[in-house]
Design a binder for this molecule. Structure first.
Ligand SMILES: [Zn+2]
Length: 231
């Protein structure tokens, strides 16, 4: 369809090119959603979002579609936001304590990325995926300040051909130590054990720019574990 002037909708549609920055409207919606999850643990309704941002419900739905295309969020079967990387809107085994409130990360790597994203020292309250033993971490950007047990690790899976929430998040988890890392890796193909400091480096590469003014049209997902593809 030919048009002689660029509408906001056309600008939004162009934003799915990963080389382009995310369109400003979608960027603003994304930041509003992240701030809402940090403040309340949940995502406002389309009606509330339209009211808060002074726009129409149609514009909000179009913005959500752009953010799904860019892998910034996923919607459940009813159209509600179920995942807003790094956050989950339902409880998971990886809680991050933000201003005294438990907020849930989609996976262990996402949990480790939140302190850098917010530029704050935060506690992470996790569990070993194999034995369910508690795993407590204190993380400041760039540093694992404390890990209990000190043998705790991350086991991670990457698959760039499927959405992260299906392919990676359920298999990117904390384990209490090498023995349970080995057990989980035997169960789930394509997983790799990462010491916490190495997992933190990967997490910060993905999430430390999520709060900057311009973000790419497609969410960065970091490197494929165990390969030099992105080196
Ligand atoms: Zn364990």
């Amino acid at each position: 369809m030919a048009t002689t002037h660029r509408s906001p909708a056309a600008e939004t549609a162009r934003a799915v090119d990963p080389a382009q920055p995310l369109a400003p409207d979608a960027r603003h919606l994304h930041r509003t959603l992240i701030n809402a999850v940090i403040a309340t643990g949940s995502v406002p309704s389309v009606v509330e979002l339209a009211d808060r941002l002074g726009t129409t419900q149609e514009a909000i739905r179009a913005g959500l579609t752009t953010l799904v295309s860019g892998d910034y969020l996923a919607l459940d079967a009813t159209g509600q936001v179920s995942c807003l990387y790094p956050f989950s809107t339902t409880s998971t085994a990886h809680a991050v304590i933000i201003e005294g409130q438990r907020r849930f990360a989609m996976c262990a790597i996402d949990a480790l990325g939140i302190p850098a994203m917010l530029d704050e020292e935060l506690d992470i309250d996790g569990r070993c995926v194999v034995c369910h033993a508690p795993i407590t971490l204190r993380v400041r950007p760039g540093t694992i300040v404390m890990a209990a047990p000190p043998t705790a690790m991350v086991v991670a899976r990457r698959d760039e051909t499927e959405p992260a929430f299906a392919a990676c998040c359920p298999f990117t988890v904390f384990v209490c130590g090498q023995e349970h890392a080995d057990e989980f890796m035997r169960r789930i193909a394509g997983t790799h054990a990462l010491p916490l400091p190495e997992a933190l480096v990967h997490a910060e590469q993905i999430f430390n720019s999520l709060f900057t003014e311009a973000i790419p049209a497609t969410r960065p997902r970091g490197k494929r574990w165990g390969s030099s593809r992105d080196a």
